[in-house]
Design a protein around this ligand. Structure first.
Ligand code: TRP
Length: 317
């Protein structure tokens, strides 16, 4: 298939620190698995990060780190266009246009906003508007599918609503409705305490962790004392081994939590160490990573300009 006939896949991640195992299995792995079948565009959502990361060095370091992470997990820069969100400032223009057709009560129903409110966090306008910038990210590419973790599902719905609303108000068919791509089997990945793995729960296993970190984290997995299957160990183990293999292993070591944790440590290390090695290699040459980002944004600019010209025309700007 030629690039032109391939469907467009788009996704991005906020650059707010080290990715963890649940980020990988929940979203990033899909990017790798699907990279041959789509015209894939994967970006670093640095403008979204700015809603929370407000430190120059931290923000730019996070951006570079995430670009390196993308390459380290196996995204092939020949097949996937990896870019930095802020290198396409047209998305902020599109977001503004979308802002003008979006009502405040509609955005007040977004989970991320409601959660922040419930925790009495101070909500900046950027955070409130987060879903609209995300809609612009998606729609500016005429994306067909958007692989994301389950927590982003509502954001894709908002992008679809926004596309429909724009098309209706301005009597056009400029925007295509994107489809979410969410793997049901990875809906919720537990952390070391059995709750959903997340940075905010502080129960996560970093994707590029050292052997020592892995050992410590696995040893800290919370188990009950009734001697059955240690559910929290098993549920993490499931990410790295098939169920048949695990059924045997857990039968063999029934009630022996320490042995099971050691087996899990070994499996996680076997999985992570090649990723880590590749990451170290790529990190030696940050300049070429930065150059890749710049060049990719330049390439995308042509299409994005074309799209924005249509949009400006449709609204009368
Ligand atoms: N919200 C996503 C995250 O938290 C990042 C993101 C921004 C995104 N824009 C997007 C994901 C568009 C998919 C499509 O990491």
């Amino acid at each position: 298939m030629t690039e032109k006939s391939k469907k467009v896949l788009l996704s991005g991640i906020k650059s707010t620190g080290r990715p963890h195992v649940a980020n990988y299995f929940g979203a990033m792995k899909q990017y790798v698995d699907l990279q041959n079948d789509y015209d894939s565009r994967i970006f670093i959502a640095d403008l979204h990060s700015l809603t929370t990361v407000q430190n120059k060095n931290e923000l730019s370091q996070n951006t570079l780190d995430l670009a390196i992470d993308y390459l380290a997990i196996g995204l092939d820069p020949e097949k996937v266009t990896i870019y930095k969100q802020s290198d396409l400032p047209e998305v902020t223009e599109l977001a503004w246009i979308f802002n003008c057709i979006t009502t405040v009560p509609y955005l007040m129903r977004a989970h991320a906003f409601k959660d922040a409110e419930a925790k009495s966090k101070e909500v900046n306008v950027g955070l409130f508007d987060y879903p609209i910038l995300m809609a612009a990210d998606i729609l500016i590419h005429n994306s067909d599918i958007v692989p994301v973790g389950k927590d982003q599902k509502q954001h894709i719905e908002i992008a679809r609503d926004t596309a429909e609303k724009f098309n209706r108000i301005f009597s056009t068919e400029i925007f295509k409705l994107p489809e979410p791509y969410i793997l049901p089997s990875v809906e919720t990945i537990p952390g070391v305490d059995g709750l959903k793995m997340s940075k905010s729960n502080n129960n996560h296993i970093p994707l590029f962790s050292t052997d020592d970190e892995i050992k410590k984290l696995v040893m800290s997995i919370v188990t009950d004392s009734n001697g059955g299957v240690p559910v929290n160990v098993y549920n993490i183990h499931k990410l790295f081994r098939d169920e048949e293999y695990l059924a045997k292993l857990y039968k063999e070591h029934e009630g022996k939590y320490k042995a099971l944790k050691e087996a899990l440590i070994e499996d996680i290390i076997a999985f992570i160490s090649p990723l880590r090695a590749r990451r170290e290699e790529i990190a030696k040459d940050p300049e070429s990573v930065r150059l890749m980002l710049k060049n990719n944004a330049k390439k995308l600019k042509v299409e994005v300009d074309e799209m924005m010209n249509k949009v400006r025309e449709a609204v009368g700007l």
